[in-house]
Design a protein around this ligand. Structure first.
Ligand code: PMP
Length: 443
């Protein structure tokens, strides 16, 4: 038995399946920059960044030093009772990169889920209204409040809170209505219909949305939609919350993906990449929201010195290395290359993205219906060729490209070559689907 087989067998025996999404039989030994080394010593070019966490690349020397020094100086203190400097420095930094001239404050947690749990608890209290609106296909997390706000198949087994009304996310390639025209208008129509019926604006505390729906399938809303939504929220005094956990902090070429649409949310949720691999999340929002319930969302390790110090270093690397402009340039390179590849394969239905948040939607050639099996096959074949990519989407048929933002021009070309080779092998029928038995991702 190889070391990888042993780890996978032991994992099956010892660790809850509640944590399993499996795309390929990999176990990871180490990683550096954009490369992951498995337990057999094989190197992979990584287009996942570990679900958009390793934005500055893996195992950076600078962050390692900050964490080591911080631990030696102060291994722990908690925001609950005794703050330290790194908490306030990071909060200041997050406020300064967030648009909006109103007074803002920050809450710290450990995951996107606990940060969206904050939203679920605090927005209704701050607004003095009970209802929330969210979108089909959205993924906001797995704790009860965050799960209730989500509209993803991953949370479908669980009962949610009854105060959330879900409406279709405007998806130009695969609209919920089945009608491809006027997608923006259709979505606004839905908002108005729920206002007129089950969710009166006077009872609606907030709307939570992803500026790009990532786990939902890398869906970009049509131009002008977020602005129109923001205007409706303003009209009715409804808080607008942008979940930037996956696509925020530089990935789309700006600090936040919603900045491409010139809107100013009342609260912003970040997580994943914030700590460069160390768990930390944050909500940045209007003071009145953030202070709505003193001692109302407390976690012992909130704002801990290690995570906050790592996050400060992470943000400074993104700035110093101009990673946002690299995300724009490499993203354009990817999109151009992928659109060329799309011409050769009928099963590529759509290629879309912004910066380094890119999706490739895989379809049955004739019907245009989602094809999750071919998607899983391309994903698995890419792995065999040395390229890591995951699948997302409420139909499980979108290849997600979210590499570290440090990816170089040559590496993007290498990734395009490998993806094309994987597509070619699957198209030629050179892929054994029996390999997918345990590796269909979300399915
Ligand atoms: N929000 C978004 C937009 C996400 O993509 C995710 C995770 N995929 C979460 C929240 C939840 O984050 P976590 O897994 O850290 O709880």
């Amino acid at each position: 038995m190889t070391k990888t087989d042993t780890i996978i067998e032991r994992e099956k025996k010892l660790i809850s399946k509640a944590l399993s999404l499996r795309f390929h039989p990999i176990s990871v030994e180490s990683a550096s920059g954009t490369r992951i080394i498995d337990t057999e010593g094989t190197s992979y070019l990584d287009l996942t960044a570990g679900w958009a966490v390793a934005n500055i690349g893996y195992s950076r020397e600078e962050v390692a030093k900050v964490i080591y020094d911080q631990y030696k100086k102060l291994s722990f203190t908690t925001q609950l009772s005794a703050p330290s400097e790194t908490m306030t420095t990071l909060a200041d930094e997050l406020i300064s990169i967030s648009p909006g001239t109103f007074e803002k404050k920050v809450w710290f947690g450990h995951s996107g889920s606990d940060a969206n749990e904050f939203i679920s608890k605090f927005i209704p209290v701050a607004a003095g209204r009970s209802k929330m609106i969210s979108f089909f296909g959205s993924y906001h997390g797995q704790t009860m409040g965050a799960s209730s706000l989500s509209g993803h198949a991953a949370q479908s087994m669980f009962e949610g809170r009854g105060n959330v009304v879900k409406i279709p996310y405007p998806n130009e390639f695969r609209p919920f209505s089945g009608i491809k025209e006027n997608i923006k208008e259709q979505a606004i129509h839905f908002v108005k219909e729920v206002f007129a019926t089950v969710c009166p604006p006077g009872d609606t505390a907030g709307v939570i949305i992803e500026a790009i729906q990532s786990d939902g399938g890398m869906v970009l809303p049509p131009e002008g939609f977020l602005q129109a939504l923001s205007e409706i929220c303003d009209q009715h005094g409804i808080y607008l919350i942008l979940d930037e956990v996956k696509v925020g902090l530089g990935r789309t070429g700006k600090w936040f993906a919603f900045e491409h649409d010139n809107i100013i949310p009342d609260a912003i949720v970040v997580g994943k990449s914030l700590g460069a691999g160390v768990p930390i999340s944050a909500v940045i929002g209007r003071k009145e929201i953030m202070d709505a319930v003193p001692a109302g969302h407390m976690f012992t390790a909130s704002g801990n010195p290690i995570s906050t110090a790592a996050a400060i270093e992470n943000l400074s690397i993104i700035k110093e290395e101009n990673l946002m402009s690299n995300a724009t340039e490499r993203g354009n390179q990817f999109l151009t290359g992928l659109k060329e590849i799309k011409k050769k394969y009928n099963f590529i239905g759509d290629v879309r993205g912004k910066g380094l948040a890119i999706g490739i939607e895989i379809v049955e050639s004739e019907s245009n219906q989602p094809d999750p099996l071919v998607t899983a096959a391309i994903c698995y074949r890419s792995y065999e060729l040395g390229l890591l990519v995951y699948t997302v989407g409420i139909h499980g048929n979108v290849l997600e490209i979210t590499p570290p933002l440090i990816i170089t021009e040559n590496e993007v070309q290498e990734a395009l070559n490998l993806l094309e080779a994987a597509c070619e092998d699957v198209a030629q029928g050179d892929f054994d689907y029996a390999k997918l038995e345990e590796y269909t991702g979300w399915g």
